[in-house]
Design a binder for this molecule. Structure first.
Ligand SMILES: [Zn+2]
Length: 451
């Protein structure tokens, strides 16, 4: 009898993103126990595989599940609450006050909404940094999506009062790893999340590195998001943020650094030397007017670059199909060069690049035998994707499609959505709950600000 995570996708066009970047028409993908066991001509399926439950592929394009390499999922609760403000004003007058009102249940429901949104737009894995992450993990477990979770940790506020705060923060981050790393059948992995150079002291970053080594996990942080950050770290410490973090020894453990907007050539050499992975967030960087990360230089230096949405308060959605398009367009206009960051590079960042960012390159990021079956089907029967016959399919996915064209999503061989209907989550219930919670949060934050 076929198990829940056995299936065949037949008669489909596949963009594999394997090492040869093969595209196959009239193909089939077979999945057993959540792993891909066959990708090739539909005629080549064995009789045994042919008898597995079917997900129809006709008229659909299969791509590897998209990897959102940097987000703060539960911030969907603040979508549209604070826009068109300077970064510092945005943070101090809007985001920090409303975040102070968050309860663990709010984070659970916010993360569920984010999971629903991500599944519906083709994301199968995300890297998340936030608070109350046990609740986020419960939401991930329920939704069926894959995620790498960490608690956002800062030391500078706490360390002002002594080292006990510092230790308590590190314990919170570690305890998530101890409870959840490898949970949900391996769908949940964890990292330690030192927030940023301007919120973490060097001794704290060193302690995080040591703890990460002990736990056997990587770290997820923000580095050089803005030029202001570079100026501040330079005037306080005489180093760039990248040099500051390097001086702590943190880069000796696998490190995922979000943004890296304001990095010099020397910084890029340091990132490459230590194998630091970078999450590029074009939508958030544009909206907060942070600047443009030198993605081509980083890729040329051999840095693994993934793509992220950042939180929904600064994007304002979690649609990775849109993010690919933004990445392609941003670098072209910045460089005044239409050949900059072409479609295949955008799709690479959103799939194999993201998998490398999360330390999951051996498990996800491409459709090939042996990988976990994280597969997204886009419906190509729409006017804005026609004609498809003469088009470069990767161009269609990156420049013409949107997340709304995603019609089916498979994670670990389980169908989480088909014909745009979610199988694990009740989106109406989640939206109603989030509506109430967001109103309460805004009322509480605004009430305190008025006092
Ligand atoms: Zn962020």
């Amino acid at each position: 009898m076929a198990a829940l995570n056995d299936l065949v996708i037949d008669d489909v066009t596949v963009i594999t993103m394997d090492s040869e970047r093969r595209t196959m028409r009239d193909a089939a993908i077979a999945v057993e126990s959540g792993a891909i066991v066959y990708v090739g001509p539909a005629a080549g399926l064995t009789r045994r595989l042919e008898q597995m439950p079917r997900l129809p592929g006709r008229g659909r394009i299969a791509i590897p599940g998209l990897v959102n390499a940097h987000t703060h999922a539960a911030m969907v609760l603040f979508r549209g609450y604070a826009d068109d403000l300077m970064l510092q004003e945005w943070l101090t007058t809007k985001i920090f006050p409303i975040e102070a009102e968050l309860t663990p249940d709010d984070v659970y429901w916010g993360t569920l909404l984010a999971c629903a949104e991500m599944i519906k737009s083709g994301t199968t894995t995300f890297a998340d940094m936030y608070f109350f992450m046990d609740e986020a993990a419960r939401a991930v477990e329920k939704s069926g999506i894959r995620a790498s979770l960490c608690v956002g940790m800062g030391s500078l506020a706490e360390s002002a009062g002594g080292s006990s705060g510092f230790d308590a923060v590190l314990e919170r981050g570690s305890s998530l790893c101890e409870s959840w790393n490898g949970a949900a059948g391996g769908r949940i992995t964890t990292m330690l999340g030192p927030h940023a150079p301007y919120t973490c002291s060097v001794p704290f970053l060193s302690a995080v590195g040591e703890r990460a080594r002990g736990l056997g996990v990587g770290v997820h942080t923000h580095i050089s998001e803005t030029f202001r950050e570079v100026d501040e770290i330079r005037s306080a410490h005489g180093m760039s943020p990248v040099e500051y973090v390097e001086s702590s020894g943190l880069f000796d453990v696998p490190t995922l650094a979000a943004h890296c907007v304001a990095v010099s050539d020397d910084d890029i050499s340091i990132l490459a030397k230590h194998g630091v992975r970078v999450a590029h967030n074009p939508g958030s960087n544009m909206k907060l007017a942070s600047g443009v990360a030198p993605v081509e230089k980083m890729l040329a230096a051999g840095v693994a670059v993934g793509l992220g949405t950042d939180g929904a308060a600064s994007n304002n959605n979690l649609d990775m199909v849109e993010e690919m398009r933004l990445a392609g367009l941003l670098h072209k206009v910045t460089r005044l060069d239409p050949t900059a960051v072409p479609a295949h590079a955008c799709l690479e960042m959103a799939t194999s690049g993201g998998a490398a960012c999360l330390g999951l390159a051996d498990r996800i990021g491409s459709i090939e035998i042996g990988k976990r079956a994280d597969i997204v089907l886009l419906d190509f029967g729409a006017p804005h994707l026609s004609p498809a016959g003469i088009a470069d399919l990767m161009s269609h996915v990156v420049y013409s499609a949107s997340g709304a064209d995603v019609s089916a999503v498979v994670v670990d061989g389980c169908v989480l959505m088909d014909d745009r209907k979610l199988t694990t989550l009740d989106e109406r219930e989640i939206m109603a709950e989030v509506e109430c919670r967001a109103s309460r949060l805004a009322e509480e934050a605004n009430g305190k600000l008025r006092k």
